[in-house]
Design a protein around this ligand. Structure first.
Ligand code: CO8
Length: 257
């Protein structure tokens, strides 16, 4: 399927999506969000895909929701169309998603990166929630996910002043998993996605679900959930394969079963 605002391609077991509105610094308009969800639908239902890599350009991952498209919106219209519910649809994805972020990741762009499971940042990446400068606030989970990632002090600083933080600060604060040189970003992020995709998909998807559980529940309930999932994985052929391969000192051949 071909899209106008994104490029979606399959590379081995990795589904790669590149945001592609260069003239608008990949601002997230309705069409882009719809196309992104269509591409994710396709990768989620493709049994061969084990991980999704989401990236933008060297200049911008995404500079936020499209301000020109939002400018004239009214409260009833945003409410009736449930404006940016498309972000919730992305967040509900079950396969792992790696964000490779170079340049600006601002507003909805930062929120989109945070919806992903791992953020790998180029050394030129800049993150921020500048919505306050426009008379609004983050609307695709920024106040919640940023606070959980970096804590109240930094989240308040970013949301209330609208300032950007660079890759170093983002990594120090816990938003970013790794920083790599800008010219190595895609290579390194792809390697990470390929590694994830090489494992047993049920265990990968359950690991994602279980880590995310930490944000939704108490410690004891989270540990209990983890234990149930851990036990359940002994019902998979891939557990037998993974452990017998280790013992036999050979690479495992996972079959996602
Ligand atoms: N929307 C639309 N167009 C944009 C956006 C944007 N978010 N960001 C950049 N562009 C466009 C510019 O208008 C410009 O287009 P043109 O050449 O036609 O004038 C082009 O991209 C290049 O941008 P600049 O000339 O401004 O490039 P600079 O290098 O000078 O500056 C910046 C780069 C700093 C990234 C600057 O463009 C900027 O500040 N952009 C806006 C950042 C921002 O405020 N983002 C938050 C948007 S609001 C949001 O994301 C809310 C999400 C949740 C909503 C949910 C509602 C329910």
């Amino acid at each position: 399927m071909s899209y106008e605002t994104i490029i979606a391609e399959t590379r081995g077991k990795v589904g790669v999506i590149t945001l592609n509105r260069p003239k608008a610094l990949n601002a997230l308009n309705a069409q882009l969000m719809d196309e992104l969800n269509l591409a994710l639908d396709a990768f989620e239902s493709d049994a061969n895909i084990g991980c999704i890599l989401l990236t933008g350009s060297e200049r911008a991952f995404a500079a936020g929701a499209d301000i020109k498209e939002m400018e004239e919106k009214t409260y009833p219209a945003t409410y009736l169309e449930d404006f940016f519910v498309t972000g919730d649809r992305i967040a509900a994805r079950r396969k792992p998603m790696v964000a490779a972020v170079a340049g600006f990741a601002l507003g909805g762009g930062c929120e989109l990166a945070m919806i992903c499971d791992i953020i790998i940042a180029a050394d030129n990446a800049r993150f921020g929630q500048p919505e306050i400068k426009l008379g609004v606030i983050p609307g695709i989970g920024g106040t919640q996910r940023l606070t959980r990632a970096v804590g109240k002090a930094k989240a308040m600083d970013l949301c209330l002043t609208g300032r950007m933080m660079d890759a170093e600060e983002a990594e120090r604060s816990g938003l970013v998993a790794r920083i790599v040189p800008a010219d190595k970003l895609l290579e390194e992020a792809f390697k990470a996605a390929e590694t994830i995709a090489s494992f047993s998909l049920p265990s990968v998807m359950l690991a994602k679900e279980t880590v995310n559980r930490a944000f939704e529940t108490t410690l004891s309930e989270g540990v209990r959930f983890e234990r149930r999932v851990f036990h359940a994985l002994f019902a998979t052929a891939d557990q037998k394969e993974g452990m017998s391969a280790f013992v036999a000192k050979r690479p495992p051949n996972f079959t996602n079963s």
